[in-house]
Design a protein. Structure first.
Length: 317
């Protein structure tokens, strides 16, 4: 029997999706790629294959999960299986460089970025930002991992030459223009089936680790039911959000075969939008969704169910 196969390496990030699939009575199988094997001489099972492989897998002891996923997805696509967020999506997931080049191709402005390998090259690259703030980040990362803010090349040198320096898993460090939001927040636009679902305002006052998943946000500030609070929640869905950039985002997703994603941007003091992340393993914050009545994983589950039904009908023709 055809079913939905969920390819991933982190049970905490698939729990909510599995609950939604159960609610909708959609048959599925958990395909965890923390480790595994694939026999290329065999034919894959029938079904819909949804990849939720993450660029930050190495932080959970799954250093080579994306490489294994690349092999699995290539095998599935070779046999003509329906893959949601396939090889093209995974290539962007594990490379900020690829993300920025694809965004720029479709007229989406990204922060000035220099790619460097090697400590001396990182320091040399930072000289292009002399006199202004800049950040470093990992090319293959997630959750804001490796992001550091600097005001001078000297401060960067002290960091790079210290024991605190974080070596990127792929060796590539990005030195990037720092875009300062006057209100200290970024906007994350969520897409399901390649179409805009909602935008969430994310407070950045406490730093750069902005993963909205409940497992990442155990300290999230929100107003408990029945209690009053003057503290604005860290994640807040914006009702009625629209910006022309959404159309460009949808073009980028379509061109790269991406059906489910979260794209993040920041506005500077002049209102200019800079886009800096495409997350093809997007997660959702349950508290923000409960307040707004919009549920990302439910929409993803519905979408997967619809794709499975299409596949079953095609098999009958």
């Amino acid at each position: 029997m055809a079913k939905v196969y969920v390819i991933h390496e982190n049970h905490e990030w698939t729990e909510h999706l599995f609950k939604r699939l159960d609610e909708l009575n959609i048959p599925y199988e958990d395909w965890h790629l923390g480790e595994g094997k694939v026999d290329l001489s065999q034919t894959p099972p029938e079904g819909i294959f949804y990849s939720r492989m993450s660029a930050s897998s190495h932080t959970r002891g799954h250093r080579f999960s994306p490489e294994l996923a690349h092999a699995v997805l290539a095998w599935l696509e070779h046999h003509g299986r329906k893959v949601i967020n396939g090889s093209g999506a995974l290539q962007l997931e594990v490379s900020k460089v690829r993300q920025y080049l694809e965004l720029e191709k479709y007229g989406v402005k990204t922060p000035k970025t220099i790619v460097a390998v090697g400590k001396e090259q990182i320091i040399e690259a930072a000289k292009a930002f002399e006199g202004e703030k800049f950040i470093t980040k990992h090319n293959r990362a997630g959750k804001g991992l490796g992001v550091q803010l600097f005001s001078s090349v000297e401060a960067l040198r002290d960091y790079v030459e210290s024991d605190q320096f974080e070596e990127p898993v792929d060796g590539i460090t990005l030195i990037q223009q720092y875009i300062e939001s006057p209100e200290s927040y970024i906007t994350r636009c969520e897409f399901v089936n390649g179409e805009f679902l909602y935008a969430v305002r994310v407070d950045t006052s406490d730093g750069f680790e902005l993963c909205p998943a409940d497992a990442c946000r155990i300290d999230d500030l929100f107003c408990p039911v029945g209690e009053e609070s003057n503290v604005r929640p860290m994640f807040e869905i914006q009702e009625g959000f629209y910006d022309p950039i959404l159309e460009k985002y949808e073009q980028v997703l379509q061109a790269n075969g991406i059906k489910v994603a979260g794209i993040e941007f920041i506005k500077d003091k002049d209102g200019n939008i800079y886009t800096y992340d495409i997350n093809t393993n997007t997660n959702y914050n349950s508290e923000a969704e409960a307040r707004s009545g919009k549920f990302g994983m439910l929409e993803v589950a519905k979408f997967l169910g619809e794709e499975l039904e299409k596949l079953k009908k095609e098999a009958l023709v």
